[in-house]
Design a binder for this molecule. Structure first.
Ligand code: UDP
Length: 360
């Protein structure tokens, strides 16, 4: 049986202090669920949790629990799952820099595959039978055809993509073992395209160090924090020569997790692309950011970045057809505007934090 609409769930959010994970934490709480965040704070920000906690009213604060820890610590995670009565896990905790995965591949295999397998074993130990995994369009590598459907062959071109694909495989194999044993298990691997934007109330937002993503970099130029943005390649076979990506707003993305979770029935092994189904070039991003911010954004035309596929655009119709979910914020200007508002309200991100109360 699925959880169905309206039931309040106890969800573990791994990596809940990170960019996507913190938005998931915030929105699952807003939907009435109880959330147990586990994050080792290697790249996440405790201030994000404190801000989410601080923005909750009275009793609602009790619905957020923060545990500093590693998802690869099987016995500790199993104990946390049991003691909190967790019913479902959303697994966001991961290393997510493609370039770093090339120079330090074993860190990616250890964290994104190895630790994730331990987390799944902890779920097994604690009898948690619902699991949503943050996968990536990087598992498709450089597809011959776009838009990308879920049956497009998966052939990663970097260790990051492989580390995510290996865990998709581990999930499939575990799901099959559960089926044979008659164990209640259901899961989904959600393949993210380019996640962008921030919480529109500006309580939390995107804050990476170092920052490598296009939209935050472009906005840092608009704010005067950087001199210019370098376009990585202007000679691609795309409409204006620059790379095309499918940018999905982080709130839409995390909302999809909840819809998927509610729809899962024992034995399900779902694979969905999460994108808006339309691509924008690097130049379109910069032009839209100019319009949104009203600021100059200096551009330098540079050479291609290694491993960048020319175009990655989702065909997102499978999830729409099967469970009726589709992105609501499909206007690129609105996506960039939410990121701009966060930056203006928090020019130093979480580095200088007014922060408030602590979630315990
Ligand atoms: N990009 C760029 N300049 C930058 C950062 C990114 O031209 O300073 C391009 C990059 O080559 C890619 C697109 O912007 O085509 C999106 O890059 P991002 O790193 O945001 O996400 P990715 O697609 O690599 O996951």
């Amino acid at each position: 049986m699925g959880f169905g609409k309206g039931s309040r769930l106890r969800i573990m959010v791994t990596g809940g202090a990170g960019y996507v994970g913190s938005h998931a934490t915030q929105r699952m709480l807003a939907k009435g669920h109880d959330v147990v965040v586990i994050d080792n704070l290697a790249r996440g920000h405790k201030a994000a949790i404190d801000r989410i906690h601080g923005a909750l009213e009275g009793e609602a604060r009790k619905r957020l629990t923060f545990v500093q820890g590693d998802v690869g610590d099987r016995s500790a995670v199993a104990a946390t799952l049991r003691s909190n009565g967790v019913e479902a896990v959303m697994h966001f905790a991961a290393s997510a820099y493609v370039g770093e995965s090339v120079t330090d591949p074993l860190a990616y295999h250890a964290n994104n595959t190895g630790a994730a397998v331990e987390l799944l074993r902890a779920c097994h130990d604690a009898g948690v039978g619902r699991f949503i995994f943050s996968s990536t369009c990087a598992t498709y590598g450089e597809p011959e055809r776009v838009p990308i459907v879920e049956t497009t062959p998966q052939a990663p071109v970097n260790p990051y993509g492989w580390s995510k694909l290996h865990f998709e495989r581990a999930l499939s194999d575990y799901a099959e073992a559960c089926r044979i044993e008659g164990r209640d298990f259901a899961h989904a691997a959600l393949r993210y395209f380019n996640v962008a934007g921030s919480d529109r109330s500006t309580v939390i937002g995107e804050w990476h160090q170092p920052e490598t993503h296009l939209i935050p970099i472009v906005l840092e130029v608009a704010m005067g924090k950087r001199e210019h943005v370098t376009i990585f390649g202007t000679d691609y076979a795309t409409s204006d020569g620059t790379c095309v990506r499918d940018y999905i707003h982080v709130e839409d993305l995390v909302d999809a997790h909840e819809v998927v979770l509610r729809s899962l029935e024992a034995g399900d092994a779902r694979r969905y692309n999460l994108g808006i189904g339309r691509g924008y070039s690097v130049r379109e991003i910069i032009d839209t950011a100019r319009a949104v911010t009203g600021r100059e954004i200096r551009v330098v035309e540079g050479t291609r970045r290694a491993g960048d596929p020319p175009a990655l655009v989702a065909n997102a119709s499978k999830i729409a057809e099967e469970i009726g979910w589709k992105a609501q914020i499909t206007d690129l200007g609105a996506i960039i505007e939410s990121a701009w508002k966060w930056y203006q309200a928090n020019p130093d991100g979480y580095d200088r934090d007014p922060a408030a109360s602590s979630a315990g």
